[in-house]
Ligand binder design. Structure first.
Ligand SMILES: NC(=O)C1=CN([C@@H]2O[C@H](COP(=O)(O)OP(=O)(O)OC[C@H]3O[C@@H](n4cnc5c(N)ncnc54)[C@H](OP(=O)(O)O)[C@@H]3O)[C@@H](O)[C@H]2O)C=CC1
Ligand SMILES: O=C(O)C1=N[C@H](C(=O)O)C[C@H](O)C1
Length: 278
């Protein structure tokens, strides 16, 4: 395929754990061209994105921290398809990154978690006004979509549920974006979970986890040796039903990321969740 018919892709957070996986996946996708690799980490400036990602050949795409010039460059390449910015950066950076991309007409595919409900609403309004697709995907793995669907089904029959998410200890945000989305999906079932059985006292604050939507609690574990894991535990008299998803390699997210890059140009507004584009 020539460059004119491929999707121009910028990866933001290119030197990070997820960014490097995305660089590899995009470089190997015949219908995509890696146009830019952004990262703010000083030690990686100027390095070749392909070599940093572990590819045998350089991609001739240097890591830069110049977001707006990069967005302007890709937006200015009029003979190309509309560009896509994949963002795996940091909860503190993602909101501004997405605003900037939309302002330049570049479609954001966002894996970074930690956006507040207000920030999500603002981004949805901004994307709507710009008539630009924006995908916010708390979890790109198909296994997690299936777990969430199974949890929604189970929630029709169980009134008691708690969520435990377990991640590596480099993770900035807690609870995980996936756990928040899972709780939201259960809360949308229109009932309140975990009706109190006794008056509970937390002798140590936080012992019962964080109380989110509709009585659902989330517990966050952070340890070296973990990647990303989640349990949704349903309880009823005499039985426990446990759903669990384990990530053993970040490559599990790449089919979802590539699908999002391919689908985003069909969208004109913000869409939240991988299940909406499957
Ligand atoms: N949706 C999904 O399926 C998944 C989502 N995630 C989420 O993706 C995000 C990134 O995760 P991960 O790759 O593990 O994190 P890493 O810390 O490994 O990578 C993030 C990279 O982004 C860089 N960075 C920080 N701020 C900026 C900025 N303003 N502009 C450009 N680059 C920046 C960091 O540099 P420095 O180190 O110098 O700060 C780092 O190199 C997290 O929010 C995580 O929760 C992760 C896995 C799957
Ligand atoms: O930080 C991570 O690693 C992950 N973050 C996402 C989240 O917060 O849900 C997705 C996955 O759990 C991995």
């Amino acid at each position: 395929m020539t460059n004119q018919s491929t999707i121009p892709v910028i990866v933001n957070g290119a030197a990070g754990k997820m960014g490097r996986e995305v660089i590899k996946a995009v470089a190997q996708a015949p219908d995509m061209t890696l146009m830019g690799a952004l990262d703010t980490s000083p030690e990686h400036q100027g390095k070749d994105a392909g070599e940093l990602a572990g590819l045998s050949e350089p991609l001739e795409v240097p890591i830069t921290n110049q977001l707006e010039p990069m967005l302007g460059y890709v937006a200015g390449e009029r003979q190309l398809q509309p560009g896509v910015m994949v963002d795996f950066t940091h909860p503190d950076a993602v909101y501004d990154n997405v605003r900037s991309a939309i302002a330049y007409g570049i479609r954001p595919v966002v894996g970074t978690t930690g956006l507040s409900p207000e920030q999500l609403k603002n981004l949805a309004d901004f994307a709507e006004k710009a008539s630009t697709g924006c995908l916010i995907i708390p979890n790109f793995s198909i296994g997690m979509v299936l777990l969430q669907q199974a949890a929604v089904t189970a929630s029709q029959y169980f009134d008691h549920v708690e969520i435990i998410e377990l991640h590596h200890n480099q993770k900035a945000d807690a609870p995980s974006g996936t756990a928040i989305q899972t709780a939201q999906l259960l809360a949308e079932m229109g009932k309140t979970f975990n009706p109190p059985q006794v008056t509970e006292t937390e002798k140590i604050p936080g012992a019962r986890g964080s109380l989110v939507d509709e009585g659902i609690r989330i517990h966050s574990v952070r340890l070296p040796g973990l990647i990303a894991h989640q349990e949704v535990i349903f309880g009823a008299a005499g039985q426990i039903y446990t759903l669990r998803h384990d990530t053993s390699d970040r490559s599990c997210y790449m089919p979802g990321v590539l699908l999002a890059i391919r689908k985003i140009n069909q969208l004109k507004s913000l869409v939240y969740g991988l299940e909406k584009i499957l």
